[in-house]
Write a protein that binds this ligand. Sequence first.
Ligand code: AMP
Ligand code: MG
Length: 484
Amino acid sequence: MSLSISFDNSYAQELSGLYVPWHGQQWPDPQLLLLNDALAQALGLDPASLRSVEGVGLLSGHALPDSAHPLAQAYAGHQFGGFNAQLGDGRAILLGEVIDPHEARWDIHLKGSGRTPFARGGDGRAVLGPVLREYLVSEAMAALGVPTTRSLAACTTGDRVLRQFGMEPGAVLARVASSHIRVGTFQYFAARGETEKLSLLLEYAIARHDPDLTGVEDAALKFLERVCSRQANLVAQWMGLGFIHGVMNTDNTTISGETIDYGPCAFMDRYDPAVVFSSIDQLGRYAYGNQPAIMLWNLARLAEALLPLIDPREERAIARATEVIEQAQAEYRKAWVNVFTHKLGLTQPDAGLIEDLHALWRGQQVDFTSFFRALPAALRGNTDPVAALFRSADGLEGWLAHYRASLDDPQATAELLEARNPLYIPRNHLVEAALTAASDHGDMAPFHALLERVQQPYSAVAGMEDYAQPAPEDAAAIVTYCGT
Ligand code: AMP
Ligand code: MG
């Protein structure tokens, strides 16, 4: 079976100056480890041909078809608040775009495909554990209805790569996104004062993500509004799931509103706004409770980059952009209330009840995910499971009474809660166990079992109770490492 895939290359054709044509590295023994058949089919790609030798060549970057014009994208970015004018894909390439049967355009991108001219001191490599983490968590997010890049495949390369804790298996992730344009992509041209190129990038981004804004008056400002709206809604969804991205730098903030770059990400176990899992985030900049403020900060950086396109009179541009960022703050607040309104099955938004609930959780070490799956029992008359999640259940009865009183039909709401709140998420201790088994022992069984659960996050499966349990109290604190 030979490979049948045809790439479109609009990024390569339209955005010269924003990338370097590049290629993948050749590997000692590229092997396909995971293929997302359902995603391949949705893209109009034939899974069997992706499993062929040519398919694996493509998915690992080892041997690319002639129709591909692979490239490494340039971008800038604020990393932990400090600006870097020259980042770019240091270990990744964009193979090109595929057009799916519904005429939608998708980037096919490889991460871990070798050093590029943007690699700086990096080795251009990715290792199996983080590749599997990204595969698993992005697919879990997709199943949870969160906008995200997707994982098409993971390949092993056949060689070993030096990392913090020794030699690890090398791997490549094939990722799919509605585009890889980041806030940092706009910052790249803005920092160089290249307004014409910035304008070309805006035109391209609008054609791809907001085609109805093509040729419209004030397109730059309206585009900024759209990005703000997508990011506000995205981060509200993260907050509703206890998802902590871990490295919300502007180069990891998409204009599509998709979650991207699953490095040191984690799902919060016990509710705590200050919680951080990433080894490199010692000041807690990207803690759970800081994410909304950081999202707005990142959007303000996009606004700054777009200023010359918003209005040539700088003061006027600043005033208009500031208004949009203020709106984004209000939109986030509304989206956050809506997310928790939905999770609680309320018939109408009730910010007071939601805020009281957050206050109730504080200092209680409540398992965030379990809380919402213990509520249905409380609505059916048994408050023991939810009370058991609290250290001290003072105040819980009072809150539950308000909650019940706000519902028209508690029985029907109990069912809604089970349909809307996940039972199975990629819990940190399960992810760690699955990645360790794969990396250290070549045993993919725990990974597959966990992937299967998180792809069907809402329905309880008999015998799988452990997957819905929090980590044991005495489990070592999990630390996640940047995607290296
Ligand atoms: P990240 O924090 O993973 O989004 O990466 C930030 C920047 O570092 C991006 O420009 C990456 O391409 C680059 N980078 C990360 N790891 C490596 C690596 N092992 N080799 C080369 N570049 C890397
Ligand atoms: Mg990144």
